[in-house]
Design a protein around this ligand. Structure first.
Ligand code: NDP
Length: 288
């Protein structure tokens, strides 16, 4: 079985971006800048933000973190977003979710300029994805697509099944897989909690993507032998980190599979860095 090593792939991407940034620095007149907003003290979010900052540093991106108290008001958060929207040295704005209770995350996401929306969650960018127009793509599904491409695994003409239809993973991933393109162009089925026979649907998949947020939901009897399996889920359990798939059993029959951890997680951050560098190139006019 081929291990789809997101950790190593992400490291290679960071090294490539570092070179790209170094090469464009003189012409751009400044390094790429990413603003990361973290509200409150959610421990998982703190880890994610630290990893994103570390990734930026390795890729030559200047990150600026805004750590705000949990009792920050909607108005104060929107004022900060407006300020960052207006700053010439900031190419991307990332609002770490979830926000503490009382804050309206959708309103905040819509406040971020679509031109700096490196997380790809703004309705304008989601709309552009649905229409097949260029724009920022959400980092987790785009990171999954990048991983397939790096391993030269093309779902074109194959049957892809996506388990999950969230706005941040399942839905955009299904759109990306079903779009035209060498590393897309799949026939896509989307499953969710209303799908009557999940196992039967999954067994049809040449490419199976699981983003259900349910530990070990997908077992080996639900996987077609030889399938490519991408596990987006991540859960902290007493036995350590596990995904939405039973890795040990499925890895015996899949042709390729992502591990948890070290699969999709690092690719999500790598894609954020890619999006930030794309924004920087566009905004400084050095895009080739
Ligand atoms: P959500 O909870 O927002 O969405 C889960 C989706 O899975 C929903 O569409 C839900 O259906 C569907 N679902 C849940 N249970 C079942 C089931 N038994 N059978 C079929 N479908 C089911 O989760 P996210 O999309 O935000 O995240 C999914 C997982 O990916 C989580 O474990 C999360 O931690 C992880 N994740 C990892 C990232 C990374 O960087 N590695 C980034 C983002 C997420 P319905 O719509 O009907 O409720």
């Amino acid at each position: 079985m081929l291990l789809l090593d997101g950790k190593a792939t992400a490291a290679a991407i960071r090294a490539e971006l570092k070179e790209e940034v170094a090469a464009g620095l003189a012409a751009a007149g400044r390094a790429p800048g990413l603003a990361v907003i973290l509200v409150g003290e959610d421990p998982a979010s703190q880890v994610y933000v630290r990893n994103k900052e570390r990734g930026c540093e390795e890729a030559g991106i200047r990150s600026e973190a805004f750590r705000l108290p949990a009792d920050t008001t909607q108005e104060a958060l929107e004022v900060l977003i407006d300020e960052l929207n207006g700053r010439a040295d900031i190419d991307g704005i990332l609002l770490q979710l979830p926000l503490p209770k009382g804050l309206n995350s959708q309103r905040c996401l819509e406040r971020i300029s679509p031109k700096k929306d490196v997380d790809g969650f703004h309705p304008e960018n989601m709309g552009r994805l649905a229409l097949g127009l260029p724009g920022f793509r959400p980092c987790t599904p785009a990171g999954v697509m990048t991983l397939l491409e790096r391993y030269d695994l093309s779902p074109s003409g194959k049957k892809a099944v996506v388990v999950g239809r969230s706005n941040i993973v399942g839905k955009p991933l299904a759109l990306m897989l079903g779009a035209p393109g060498k590393y897309a162009n799949a026939t896509v089925t989307v499953c969710h909690s209303g799908t009557p026979n999940l196992a039967e649907e999954c067994r049809q998949a040449d490419f199976l993507f699981v983003a259900a947020g349910r530990p070990c939901l997908v077992t080996s009897d639900m996987v077609k032998p030889g399938a490519v399996v991408v596990d987006v889920g991540i859960h902290r359990t007493d036995e350590g980190l596990v995904g939405d798939c039973k890795y040990d059993d499925i890895s015996c029959i899949a042709s390729a599979m992502t591990p948890v951890p070290g699969g999709v997680g690092p690719m999500t951050i790598a894609q954020l860095l890619i999006n930030t560098v794309i924004s920087w190139k566009g905004r400084t006019g050095i895009a080739g």
